[in-house]
Design a protein around this ligand. Structure first.
Ligand code: NDP
Length: 247
């Protein structure tokens, strides 16, 4: 291993939902690796501005679930920092409930944010990355997208969709020097999982060989690796970062 292992020096990156939870850890990790980072947020402008100041990046508002806003976000990021070489689609939400009770709104909000949001930003970066023959896309899926989970049909559908999308993207863009991979976290301590009841957390710990919830930095290191040249022959892959839960 050299000092420059997984260096992202000179790279320009955009992290959607990059100001909180796993996204914030990814923003910090990419910056520590030398990349310039555009920290996207939807509603948390204060957290995003503070983080951008801390890591020397820029904070840019944008709701990825909206088609025009997703495209505008990529345009704003490139206007601020230059052509993007790294896109991390991290923005995601849950609206958990059992299928018989699930409203159209709960279904659509999750699909619009998690799946359509990723489509909007990937479409916006694709042409430029192909033209420059340089680019890496990392999409956050979930162990739930592989295994399913009661009460999360909407979330699981969005996360399974991300996997099929990412593999297709890898096949479509690989010949142009652009890689696309997915990272599937298990249960990571963030605001998203803070709401889980204690019994659910206990059950997760029982099923996780490493016997703990993950920390956002556990995920960020894998994203950094995938973005780096050390992963230059890795594309269309789904890497589980889950303490062994999903094997
Ligand atoms: P958090 O709830 O902590 O953070 C979610 C982030 O997404 C926030 O930064 C939020 O921004 C942003 N966001 C939500 N909706 C939008 C939108 N429409 N446009 C732009 N940004 C948006 O979640 P986590 O950090 O836990 O999760 C991050 C990703 O990892 C998600 O995709 C999630 O599905 C995935 N994941 C998480 C796991 C976990 O255990 N925590 C497990 C597996 C996968 P703002 O604050 O500005 O609204």
């Amino acid at each position: 291993m050299t000092a420059s292992f997984c260096s992202l020096e000179g790279k320009v990156s955009l992290v959607t939902g990059g100001a909180r939870g796993i996204g914030a850890a990814i923003s910090r990790e990419l910056a520590a690796a030398g990349a310039s980072v555009c920290v996207n947020y939807r509603s948390g402008s204060e957290a995003a501005s503070e983080l951008a100041a801390e890591i020397g990046g820029v904070a840019i508002q944008g709701d990825v679930s909206d088609s025009a806003a997703g495209a505008q976000l990529v345009a704003d990021a490139e206007a601020a920092l230059g052509p993007l070489s790294i896109l991390v689609n991290n923005a995601g939400i849950t609206r958990d409930t059992l299928i018989a009770r699930m409203s159209d709104e709960e279904w659509n909000e999750v699909i619009d944010t998690n799946l359509n949001g990723m489509f909007h930003t990937c479409r916006a970066v694709a042409r430029g990355m192909m033209k420059r023959r340089e680019g890496v896309i990392v999409n956050l899926t979930s162990v739930v997208g592989l295994r399913g989970n009661p009460g999360q049909t909407n979330y699981a559908a969005s996360k399974a969709g991300i996997i099929g999308f990412t593999k297709s993207l890898a096949r479509e863009l690989g010949g142009r020097g652009v890689r696309a991979n997915a990272v599937a976290p298990g249960y990571i301590s963030t605001e998203l999982t803070d709401v889980l009841p204690d019994e659910a957390k206990d059950a997760i710990l029982q099923a996780t060989p490493l016997a703990r919830l993950g920390d956002p930095v556990d995920v960020a290191g894998t994203v950094r690796f995938l973005c780096s040249d050390e992963a230059r022959f890795v594309t269309g892959e789904v890497i589980l970062v889950d303490g062994g839960l999903g094997m």
